[in-house]
Structure formats: C-alpha cells, structure tokens
Design a protein. Sequence first.
Length: 138
Amino acid sequence: MDGVAVYSTFDIRLRAVKAVEQGMPKGQVAIAYGIDRSTLYRWYFNYQQEGIDGLYRECVPSDSNHAERVICSAVVMRKTSYCNRSINGAETQMILTSIFKTLRQRGHAGTAVIVDALRTFYSTKELPKLPKTLQEGE
C-alpha cells in the first residue's frame, strides 16, 4: 500500500513507550496507538523492568490457529456465495470483510456505520474514519 507506513508489533510497542518517556500522557498514547490503557501500562512496566527486551513478545505456539479462526467466516462466505468472479470482486470483498470485522471487534453494528459513512460521503464527498472501540456504557 503506497503512502502507508507498516510497523512491526515491536516497533509499535517501542514507539508507544518512547512517547510515554517523552511526557505524553499514557491515555493519549493508548488512544493514538489504538491500544487499551492496561496494555500500554504493561508494556511500559516491562520496559522499565527489562529494558528493550521487555518489549519482545513471547513466541506464539505452533499449534495456535487464532488467525484461521478469525478469517474462517469470511472464507465460508466466499465459498458459499459463488466465490469471486473477478479480481475486482475479490478485492472488494476483502476490503468490505476487513471493515466489517474491524467494526465488529470494536463493538459497532457494521451495517449502521457503513450507512452513516455513505451518507456522510454523499453530503461532504469525504469518507469519515472508522470509529474507535466502544467503551462500556456508550
């Protein structure tokens, strides 16, 4: 993807911890990096205790199939809906599936958010950003 920086998980952890060290409030850092505050506190604690080594993630077990479980419904949908008949169709489905999955993980009703985004685009000619994770009580 042109113009989009791609960072490893380690890079994100290091950048977040460095932002805290430079005086940025932890709450703002957590929002900026799209992480839970408790995650940032854990990263920062690990960094204080172990230095840069504390930011490395333990190895994921080889029998972990989390990624497969996450995409399973999208694969089933593709296979049961006559697959994709073109490259454009496959790319469109990939993008829409990603958006709907992200919205669901953030606690939003995907269809409502998409309809609102299309209404905004129709009136302003600009697409709004995806909403953040819903906090309890919202």
